[in-house]
Design a protein around this ligand. Structure first.
Ligand code: PMT
Length: 409
């Protein structure tokens, strides 16, 4: 054991993982998982909930991790240190394996009432969760909503998988294989910090152009693509400003949020941040038209129907292209046909370094879904196809190109 009195003690360059263990039958697997991480040269610090200790003893995990196991929020071996903050700061990643429905719910709702949940609340490190519970609990819409919420905030999930559960049921809810959990942790630890010190300005979501106080013109953008780019940029060490239209997903942890409604508001917010930005990625679906004038009071229904005169919104990207100095400027193109032709035209017209084009008529691509299919057209003529993949993966590939364009590889 390295330092029975200290919170954290590790070799130079060694990665630290906080392994959170929660109370369910699968808690015994924490020993195996801690061992697999150790084998990969990772310093493991285990934090156990009270219920976890009913299934496996701290002593076992101490022997395997070769570090003191923390169970109590008020344990004060080093009275000048705040334990959960020290652990949270030292973590390169936090892994919760197994994670119960209860702890999932607490984290998703910001409840921090023990050593594990306070550590999770205080960390800026990536969080990986390996759920384990009965199938009925796993399928409960509340649990599913919590998982969705945590996923959209950037938490990674491994499993669960199907198998025979402790209660004898067979179904989804079994903790993932140790190898898969270790691989997920290693892939998170491997993420390069190539955007450290850079300011990344990202736009996301739709804009809503008011017709009257209750109605507006908008589009189908959920914000998922832009939020994934913001999340990926944060993971790579960037300082992220996320200018977002109205969406229903939580912001990525660590991004500076600027919330807007209309294209004009988005324009003002983006121009306000543009000068100091190093990389700008316009994933927002800015409305192309707005009502010529918005009515001050609700328009009454008329049998004759209603005609609304529309005018063009400001084209933010064109304006950014005109003012471009050292920024890497990346736009999106949402098309339903002639993808290549229209995307290349936008690259030229908007003075971009790259355009990420998606055919929004393809299944699994574009608006609302968790995946995308993108072709990147670079101003040097290169064309890079990104096959169907989760938006977070597409986001990393787009950032690979942005970093390359900036010469940061
Ligand atoms: O949000 P999701 O549900 O995850 O969906 C993702 C997405 C489909 C919205 C995203 O992948 C995408 O394609 N975003 C750009 C949508 C769009 O407005 O495309 P466009 O081809 O109409 O515009 C081209 C570029 O000009 C875009 O970068 C856009 O942000 C920008 N633009 C457009 C109009 C305008 N008035 N000002 C702009 O800056």
């Amino acid at each position: 054991m390295s330092d029975p009195r200290g919170w954290i003690d590790k070799m130079d360059g060694q990665k630290t993982v906080i392994l959170g263990v929660t109370g369910c039958i699968a808690a015994y697997r924490a020993a195996d998982i801690a061992g697999a991480l150790k084998k990969n040269g990772i310093a493991v610090h285990v934090v156990m909930t009270k219920n976890a200790q009913k299934f496996i003893t701290p002593r076992t995990l101490e022997a395997i991790s070769q570090n003191p196991v923390t169970c109590d929020l008020f344990e004060r071996d080093k009275p000048w240190e705040v334990g959960h903050v020290s652990l949270a700061k030292a973590a390169d990643a936090v892994l919760i394996a197994p994670c119960t429905a209860n702890i999932l719910g607490k984290i998703a709702h910001g409840i921090a009432d023990d050593m594990l949940t306070t550590t999770v609340m205080a960390t800026k490190a990536p969080i990986i969760i390996a759920p384990a519970m009965n199938t009925r609990m796993y399928e409960n819409p509340i649990v599913q909503q919590n998982i969705e919420k945590l996923e959209s905030m950037g938490c990674r999930f491994v499993g669960p998988v199907s198998g025979r559960l402790a209660c004898g049921d067979v179904g989804l809810g079994h903790i993932a294989d140790t190898d898969d959990i270790a691989k997920a942790v290693l892939s998170v630890l491997d993420v390069k910090k190539d955007l450290a010190g850079l300011k990344i300005l990202v736009t996301a979501g739709p804009t809503c152009e008011p017709i009257d106080p209750v109605r507006y013109i908008a589009n189908r953008s959920s914000g998922k693509m832009g939020y994934a780019i913001a999340q990926a940029a944060l993971e790579r060490g960037g300082e992220v400003i996320l200018v977002s239209g109205p969406v229903h997903i939580p912001p990525p942890r660590g991004a500076r949020m600027v919330s807007v409604e209309t294209a004009e508001q988005m324009r003002d917010a983006v121009l306000g941040e543009y000068e100091n930005a190093d990389i700008v990625i316009m994933a927002a679906a800015v409305a192309d038209f707005m009502p010529e004038s918005a009515d001050g009071s609700k328009i009454k229904k008329a049998d004759t129907g209603l005609e609304i005169k529309l005018k063009k919104t400001p084209d933010i990207l064109i304006e950014l292209g005109k003012r471009k100095k050292n920024q890497i400027l990346i736009g999106f193109a949402a098309e339903t046909d002639n993808l290549e032709e229209y995307a290349k035209q936008k690259l030229i017209d908007k003075n971009l370094d790259m355009v990420a084009a998606n055919d929004v008529s393809l299944p699994g691509a574009g608006f609302g879904c968790d995946t995308n299919i993108v072709t990147c057209f670079l101003k040097n003529g290169e064309k890079i196809a990104l096959d169907l993949a989760p938006k977070i993966k597409i986001a990393h590939s787009i950032l690979d190109q942005a970093a390359r364009l900036r010469g940061n590889v």
